[in-house]
Design a protein around this ligand. Structure first.
Ligand code: ADP
Length: 192
C-alpha cells in the first residue's frame, strides 16, 4: 500500500498535484470535494444536504463525509493505495484515517519497506491563494467565501500539521512554484 495525503489550504494546488501523482504512482486520486460536487450535480440526498455547507464555505458534517469516504476506500481500485485530496480536514477525520489504516494493516499485514503513508503540507501564502481562487471562479470561489474557507482551514485543518508532524509523517512542500517543480519535489519525497 502506498498512501499519500494532501493537506494545505484551498487553492494550494492539492487537486492538480494529486491528479499528477495519481498517474505517476498508479493509484486512485480521491477528492472529497469532487465527490461532493458530483453528488450536488446529481441532486442526491447527500448532495442536497452538503450543498448548503459548501456554498457557505463550511465543512460538510463528518457524519455525511465519513460514510462517503468509507464507501470510496472500499472500492477495488483503492486496494493498492490511494491519494486523498481534501480529506482529512479536521482532527476527527484524521483519527478516522488512522483507524482505517490500522484495520487495513491488521487485515493485510504491513511490510515496512513496501508500505508507506506520506502526508504533504502544500504551502502557499494567503494573497497568492486569493488570486488563484478568484481566477478559478468556481461557484464557491467568491471573495467572501474564500476568506471564510481560509479561516475554516486555519481553525480546523491547520491543527493536522501538528498531528502529523508529531507522528513524523509530514513533508513540507512549497506550493508557490511552477506546477512541474512542485511535482518534482513530490517525486523526491516518495522516492526518498
Ligand atoms: P478547496 O480545497 O478549494 O476548498 P475542495 O474541493 O477540497 O476545495 O472542497 C470544497 C468544499 O467541499 C469545502 O469547502 C467543503 O464544504 C466541502 N468538503 C470537501 N472535503 C471535505 C471534508 N473532508 N470535510 C468536510 N467538508 C468537505
Amino acid at each position: 500500500m502506498r498512501e499519500l495525503i494532501f493537506l494545505g489550504p484551498p487553492g494550494s494546488g492539492k487537486g492538480t498535484q494529486a491528479a499528477r501523482m495519481a498517474q505517476i504512482m498508479k493509484i486512485p486520486h480521491i477528492s472529497t470535494g469532487e465527490i461532493l460536487r458530483d453528488h450536488v450535480s446529481r441532486q442526491t440526498a447527500l448532495g442536497q444536504q452538503a450543498k448548503t455547507y459548501m456554498d457557505m464555505g463550511d465543512l460538510v458534517p463528518d457524519q455525511l463525509i465519513l460514510d462517503m469516504v468509507t464507501h470510496r476506500l472500499s472500492e477495488p481500485d483503492a486496494e493498492t493505495g490511494w491519494i486523498l485530496d481534501g480529506f482529512p480536514r479536521n482532527v476527527s477525520q484524521a483519527q478516522f484515517v488512522q483507524e482505517h489504516l490500522l484495520s487495513v494493516e491488521q487485515k493485510n499485514g504491513r511490510i515496512p519497506e513496501r508500505d508507506h503513508v506520506w502526508v504533504i503540507n502544500l504551502e502557499v501564502p494567503d494573497d497568492v491563494i486569493l488570486q488563484r481562487l478568484l481566477l478559478r471562479g468556481r461557484e464557491d470561489d467568491r471573495e467572501e467565501t474564500i476568506l471564510h474557507r481560509l479561516q475554516v482551514y486555519r481553525e480546523q485543518t491547520a491543527p493536522l500539521i501538528e498531528f502529523y508532524s508529531s507522528r513524523n509523517q509530514l513533508h513540507h512542500i512549497n506550493g508557490d512554484r511552477p506546477m512541474e517543480e512542485v511535482t518534482d519535489s513530490l517525486k523526491e519525497v516518495i522516492n526518498s
